[in-house]
Design a protein around this ligand. Sequence first.
Ligand SMILES: [Zn+2]
Length: 290
Amino acid sequence: ELLKRGLARAGAGGLVHGPVYNPQAALEHMIGDKANVLVGIPTQILTLARLQKKMHASIPPLRSVLLTTDHVPHSIVRELVKVWGCQVFNHYGMTEMGLGGGVDCQGFNGYHLREADLYFEIINPQTGRPVRGGQRGEVVFTTLTRTGMPLIRYRTGDYSRFIPEACPCGTVLRNLERVRSRDRMELGAGEILSMADLDEAIFALDGVLNFSAVIAEECGKRILAIEVLTDGAVSERAKKMMLQAIETYPIIQSVLSSGQTQLALTFNTNTAAYSGEKGTGKRMIFDQRG
Ligand SMILES: [Zn+2]
């Protein structure tokens, strides 16, 4: 809604579809209104792309897609570029920033920060001191223009760095490198797995719309249970291939190779289970261990 008001000022029309409860209806909405730019949550936009590819539905040519809200896996960006041949922009922000923190430019090499309203710093998370130019650390920000609930050096838990080189677009704004996902799960014995790792491994698989991951313990064994949502029934052969692709993805393979963790893969084709309000939250690995 905020975006729609902003767009109107720039002379563009915005249509608010809301969370995708029914991907088919969302596609029809896109076709009916001749949408040429999409803004949405990565997994919901991926669902639209894969569904459209499967149904061979013809949609008006898309100029660009802006992904927002959640960490954006490279695997999803690659698929959108492949299916739609459009530019895919990323947005970095969080509610505490007043949503927007920064956004990609056409150069696609970092988020150009909204410095008129927010002062960003990169700090050493141990000492709290700013790191030297171009070094990696935790992103903190201070609000400059807010009167209600101002924030001073608010720690985001995100890791990144400022890119010292000038961006080809000629911006004077500081450029923040892609942020690495904040959620990491300690499996025990120094093994760490993050949702971002799973994202890259699983969204790259054809036909996958979404997935959920749970770590549980059964009879002293650690189980990584992954349920994959697909765009239709999956043949036994395709299931085997998916299982193999996930098992041999380097980070997952190293976690499984210690023998402490077992992978259990299940399949679901009911898109309703993943859509709507439930599908707008941050995706994370759920820990069901005692
Ligand atoms: Zn730029």
